[in-house]
Design a protein around this ligand. Structure first.
Ligand code: CUA
Length: 367
């Protein structure tokens, strides 16, 4: 193998830098017989790791698979920086190999000292200045706000769920929770707050992340470019169930968004008299769920927990934890503490399974 290729494999961690100390006894035997040891899986670990980490670069929760203008700017910035970093790494590797060759080791001439000063300080400073300038360039666009046609939302991070309010052009506020629905191709402006501790709002596919700070309002603009359901997360450690503080951003066509908004503004559907859902509604009242939750059009006016007026129409139950269906509601009601340690809502494990089932049917019917 050519010496340069050898050096390259050493830098990648694939080949041992100590030719007299082979990796294993087996290699030693093979070397003694003058046979090169075959490549081993472990030696290619860095390359494997790189490939497998790249597998996570697509899908509904990837900043590198953008579905919004702001996320696209950030993804471009990432690739620009990654490519620049790779080119710099290659150049530095080449220079290091060149300089450490036995011939060069002795040559500490004035010319080399000059190269060191120019290369080590001048070129480095210039490169950093260029990269910082390129990195800061998109910021005015990312922080732009004040679009009068933007959809306006207020989102409050709470341990461990998301209070959502649509601020309609009339000034009226429409409460929802744990899911935001957005029109494709239109700007959305989000005012972000926190009720208890610092949280951070992040839908990697749509935009960058921004902290939600108690006592302050931060804001974020985003503009989805394609429809789909994207995963959002809390990106700031906020307590025992930080990892269970998830949500969905569902992007739909503008017409479908307007229709959805009208439906969302309507009060909850009443269950058929005598139905299982009606029994569930009675349970909801008897158990005192109304103290914490609002279901518009009913006696439930609690504001401690999520608004449940149209909870059945959301994609998930428990802020991104379970599928939104009867089984999902049943599991959530029985095991809130296991699913979300530290959650304020008590588990209703003491309820008879039939009662929990009726309650779940009612919640699922709130479309
Ligand atoms: Cu909220 Cu982490």
């Amino acid at each position: 193998m050519a010496p340069d290729a050898d050096a390259f494999l050493i830098l990648l961690g694939v080949r041992t830098p100590f030719p007299n100390q082979p990796w294993t006894d087996r290699d030693r035997c093979l070397d003694r017989r003058g046979v090169s040891p075959p490549p081993k899986l472990g030696r290619f670990l860095p390359a494997f790791c790189a490939v497998f980490t790249m597998v996570g670069c697509r899908g509904p929760q990837s900043a590198l698979d953008p579905a919004g203008t702001d996320a696209a700017i950030i993804a471009d910035l990432f690739w620009g920086m990654a490519i620049a970093g790779f080119v710099i790494w290659l150049a530095m590797t080449g220079l290091t190999l060149h300089a450490s060759s036995p011939k060069r080791a002795r040559a500490a001439s004035p010319r080399w000292r000059r190269n060191l000063v120019v290369g080590g300080t001048g070129v480095t400073t210039l490169l950093l200045a260029v990269l910082v300038t390129l990195g800061l360039r998109p910021f005015p666009q990312l922080l732009a706000r004040g679009d009068p046609d933007a959809v306006k939302l207020r989102i409050v991070g709470e341990q461990w769920w998301w209070r959502v309010e649509y601020i309609l052009p009339s000034g009226e506020r429409l409460a929802a929770a744990n899911e935001i629905r957005l029109p494709a191709g239109r700007r959305t402006h989000l005012d972000l707050e926190a009720a208890d501790v610092i949280h951070s709002f992040w839908v990697p596919s749509l935009a960058g992340k921004i902290d939600m700070i108690p006592g302050q309002t931060t804001s974020l603009g985003l503009e989805p470019t394609r429809t789909g359901s994207f995963r959002g997360v809390c990106a700031e450690y906020c307590g025992s169930s930080h990892a269970q503080m998830l949500f969905r951003a569902v992007v739909v066509e503008p017409d479908a968004f307007e229709a959805w908004l009208q439906h969302e503004a309507a009060p909850a559907r009443s269950p058929e008299p005598g139905s299982l859902a009606e029994q569930g509604r009675q349970r909801f009242v008897e158990l005192g769920c109304t103290a914490c939750h609002t279901i518009r059009g009913t006696v439930a006016h609690g504001v401690i927990g999520p608004d449940l007026t149209h909870v059945g129409s959301r994609e998930t139950v428990g802020a991104g934890l379970l599928d939104n269906d009867v089984a999902g509601f049943e599991e959530w009601l029985a095991e809130t503490e296991r699913l979300k340690p530290g959650v304020h809502m008590p588990a209703f494990a003491m309820l008879a399974p039939e009662a929990r089932h009726a309650l779940s049917i009612y919640l699922d019917s709130l479309q």
